[in-house]
Write a protein that binds this ligand. Structure first.
Ligand SMILES: Cc1ccc(Nc2c(-c3ccc(O)cc3)nc3c(C)cccn23)cc1
Length: 109
């Protein structure tokens, strides 16, 4: 029962972070970063553990998270990677901070 609630809680958060209502600033985080198509060949020099909201949703539905802390770590990894590659003051960096703020509010519930 508790496990199902935790699963529901996490899936609702991923759904919300990925939802259309935040489309103006969540799109860089919905799918894996593709350094080739985005012409950022140095991406993997900055980011050793790529992560995105789509991958998190898939991991959730495949029950790949043993604890909600593992889920939280993956969500925070999305933002960590964003800030590692997109310096302060860049648009994508600011988009990361906006989405992180929504996550922090939901996570603190
Ligand atoms: C030349 C250049 C410079 C910056 C970017 N950043 C960026 C990222 C990004 C997201 C997460 C992440 O960990 C790293 C990068 N996603 C985008 C998108 C969707 C459109 C435009 C820029 N974007 C892309 C190309």
């Amino acid at each position: 029962k508790k496990l199902q609630n935790a699963f529901k809680f996490c899936s609702n958060i991923v759904k919300e972070l990925s939802s259309k209502k935040y489309a103006s600033f969540n799109y860089p985080f919905l799918e894996p970063v593709d350094p080739v198509s985005m012409n950022i060949p140095t991406y993997f020099d900055y980011v050793k553990d790529p992560m995105d909201l789509g991958t998190i949703a898939t991991k959730l539905s495949n029950w790949e998270y043993q604890t909600i802390e593992q889920f939280e770590t993956d969500v925070r990894l999305v933002f960590k990677n964003c800030y590692a590659f997109n310096p302060d003051g860049t648009i994508v960096n600011m988009m990361g901070h906006r989405l992180e703020e929504i996550f922090n509010n939901r996570w603190a519930d």
